[in-house]
Design a protein around this ligand. Sequence first.
Ligand code: F6P
Length: 349
Amino acid sequence: MRRIGVLTSGGDSPGMNAAIMAVARSAAYHELSLIGVKHGYNGLLCKSHNIHDDMAELDLDTVLDIADQPGTYLRTARCVEFKQPEVRERAVENLRKMGVEGLVVIGGDGSYQGAMRLCELGIPTIGIPGTIDNDLAYTEMTLGYDTAVNSCVSDIRAIRATSRSHDRPAVIEVMGRHCGDIALKSAASTGAEIVVVPEVRWSIDQVADRLNALIARGNNRVSVVVAEGAWESMEPFDVYGFLTANGVQCYPGEVISSPRLASILKLKCGMVEARATILGYTQRGQHPSAYDSSFAFEAGNLAVKLLSNGIGNQVVGIKDGRIFYMPIADALRCKRSFNMELYNLINSL
Ligand code: F6P
């Protein structure tokens, strides 16, 4: 192998640039030239009509300067059309035109599906788990998760200081589309008293009962941490009916959201005020933590080492604190196990 490529795909995650830097340093070490593919899998489709705008040689000197930066230097995107076989064949043609013989894909499970398909078409590909959600079961941690949790912890602590000062509860929404790991870990790390996640069925009444019980015990500054995807596991609740009956302006068919949950809890628990904060992209656009940076360093290096030995179709992860690799298909078959003990502990103490 003389030339390899690297791309970032899906939502950006802290540590992606550090992984690109590690790939670049390792490629130089193995005497491989390195192509940076822009905008995820879209770059392989040469949408810019000039292949060099989508795929260009990565200069080691430039990459060395971006390692500790948030976001991704290569840009990222989701690429729905990559599911079509003829689109993937076009991508492989373009890779061959550029002389790219192997690829490192940094992204989540959708990106891994694309990587597997490229392997079937003869392009050895290695996946690095870049997503804040921590929703890839084969690895103990995904790249960016630790930073995202630390970012939530610092924000939740700040919100709890205001909650304490005003004796009012707070609803805090963190990211995690189908995975409650960020919510669970940041709730446990901040002493939040209630957490709701997509993995566990819950109802607004249950949360209100728990909040009322805490208030009765003298705690009127409770934090309710909500995973972004938790609405999918919530028992149906008539938001419009409840709020309009209580004199709050609301629109027919309005769906539940964190601000609405805060209003409903305020009414059900007789609080003077309850506010919601949605932390959103503040969790993704952070400088990577030491943990994520060193994971990126090892992962980028292992990915290139595998390719330079002619090994593809693998993903890199962490097991028992050590870096390892396994076949992509096997990794995607692993089933996630949610930490119910921690969930119950937070919601019952
Ligand atoms: O990268 C994961 C994630 O941040 C999820 O937690 C979230 O649901 C999703 O990406 C949002 O992505 P976007 O706003 O970029 O479409």
